[in-house]
Design a protein around this ligand. Structure first.
Ligand code: 8YV
Length: 328
């Protein structure tokens, strides 16, 4: 007898190829106009779905999960970070959670490298000047930035994305330093010629550029607190393509305003999509609207992973990308 197809509720618009395939495989409910689901809509989704496919824009907290219907057995997140999902409550309700690791590593590392170049070389500032029509011409001391070749890059979080950034930065002549909960394998340290800093505080005080690649967990919330940010040198830059909550955005903004650090490249914000309005007034920052993994190829790969996770689960097997709270 043919198995009943699971009802899969997708909260945001996904690439066409992914939505088409999902509709072939599952009973799929799409979000055609791509609006962010309201709380009542999210509750209605968890009440009826067998599988929920959320994204970072959906807060799947205990209150939402307490409304889940008996059929909801899988949350197949479209994205790697799962800080918007209450994993403990999901587990207590026997709901499996999966994510999409690996496929957005290179795209996110590319965007990080773009910011590592853009901020010290004043790329966005120069572009704004050109569009303003106010460029009066070249001069030897005009709009000087800073060289990145030969500088020290401090990577906070040396997982897949941190290592992919390190490879790129090494090719640009930067020396690689990192802080991680665990020291990485000696072969990786050797390949990247990377120096491990057990003490984040000590690393912060000695780097020219810092870049964050940790997940957002209770342990990393405001990891870069006002106190830690103050350890950075005045000529140094901060890049963040991970999660805004890891940095105290108000403290960072104050330091940028006072030129206590030289600049920042931010793709993520503490209260997305809101941005501290004072950041918008500053020239020494490059701000991007969470574009780290925003390539068509990456989003299709993420969708493929979601499909594989759902299909494997529906066929009665353990999906490949299960997220366990203990992994974070
Ligand atoms: C995605 C991300 O855009 O996968 C992640 O963790 O931060 C992003 O690159 C987003 O999370 C999709 O839900």
């Amino acid at each position: 007898m043919a198995q009943k197809k699971p009802l899969v509720v997708v909260t945001r618009k996904l690439p066409d190829a992914i939505e088409t395939r999902m509709m072939e495989l599952f009973e799929t409910r799409l979000n055609l106009d791509d609006h962010q689901l309201t709380k009542p809509e999210l509750i209605e989704a968890v009440k009826s779905a067998d599988v929920l496919v959320p994204t970072i824009t959906d807060r799947i907290d205990a209150a939402i999960l307490s409304q889940a219907g008996p059929n909801l057995k899988l949350i197949a997140n479209f994205g790697t970070g799962v800080d918007h999902i209450d994993l403990a409550t999901a587990r207590s309700r026997s709901i499996t959670v999966t994510n999409t690791p690996g496929v957005l590593t290179e795209d996110t590392a590319d965007m990080t490298m773009a910011l590592i170049l853009a901020v010290p070389r004043r790329l966005a500032e120069g572009e704004r000047l050109m569009r303003s029509g106010d460029w009066s011409g070249w001069s030897p001391t005009f709009m000087l930035g800073h060289r990145i070749w030969g500088k020290r890059l401090g990577i906070i979080g040396m997982g897949r994305i941190g290592q992919a950034v390190a490879r790129r930065a090494k090719a640009f002549g930067m020396s690689i330093h990192y802080h991680n909960r665990k020291r990485v394998h000696p072969d990786i340290e050797h390949e990247l010629e990377a120096t491990y800093w057990e003490s984040l505080d000590q690393m912060l005080a000695r780097m020219d550029v810092l870049t964050i690649h940790s997940p957002h967990t209770p342990a990393t919330f405001h990891l870069l607190s006002a106190r830690r940010l103050k350890l950075m040198q005045p000529h140094s830059y901060l890049i963040n393509t991970s999660r805004g909550e890891i940095v105290d955005e108000n403290a960072l903004t104050r330091m940028l305003q006072r030129k206590e650090i030289a600049g920042a490249g931010l793709d993520v914000f503490e209260h997305e999509p809101a941005v501290n309005p004072k950041l918008l007034e500053l020239d020494n920052v490059v701000l991007l609207p969470h574009l780290g993994s925003a390539t068509l190829e990456g989003r299709v790969d993420m969708g493929e992973k979601v499909i594989i996770n759902i299909k494997t689960f529906a066929d009665g097997h353990n999906p490949p990308d299960r997220v366990l709270a203990s992994m974070l």
